[in-house]
Design a protein around this ligand. Sequence first.
Ligand code: FMN
Length: 177
Amino acid sequence: MKFQKLFEPIEIGKVHVKNRIAMSPMLPLGIYRDGMITDRIIDYYIERAKGGVGLVIAGVFKVENEVEAAPIPYYPIVSLKGYGPLAELSDYIHSHGARIFIQLTAGTGRLIPPEVMNEFGFKPVSASVNQAFYRPDVATEALSTENVEKLAKSFRRAAELVVAADIDGIELHAHQG
Ligand SMILES: Cc1cc2nc3c(=O)[nH]c(=O)nc-3n(C[C@H](O)[C@H](O)[C@H](O)COP(=O)(O)O)c2cc1C
């Protein structure tokens, strides 16, 4: 059969994946509410697992929402409050024989969607002062060293929560922001 290799299992570290078909991280923008995973999100990912992908990579989960305080959290945020739904999501995906990785992010930085800036007057942050990608007339605010350290700690805490929720792996979102 052509592309036979696609259907062969693969080990990613200690994780056994039943085939080499992975859903790349694609944030379903606009259906998260208050940074929480909803039933609709769970359904969205389950459909991919049911469809036969070996690995679902769930896009951009923020490690916290204070340093880059997105006005209405369009993004899921890894938190103790969100632990239950995260564990539920991994359970469902596993029950369909698939694996799930979560993509952790600090935020969107200078690539913040323009509608978030336009509608809420949100000021983007970044590693340094730069032009916002979609609004070159807006300058990003440079992160303080204190906030960079805060983000590093949040990555650790988020990774621990994700592992505790039985998620199979973490992808780091090295965004262009
Ligand atoms: C609607 C949409 C949302 C996306 N969201 C993310 C994301 O959350 N994280 C990420 O790293 N990439 C994201 N991407 C990029 C995809 O994961 C993928 O890398 C990109 O589409 C290139 O793959 P392709 O050549 O197969 O289209 C997104 C792409 C699309 C089309």
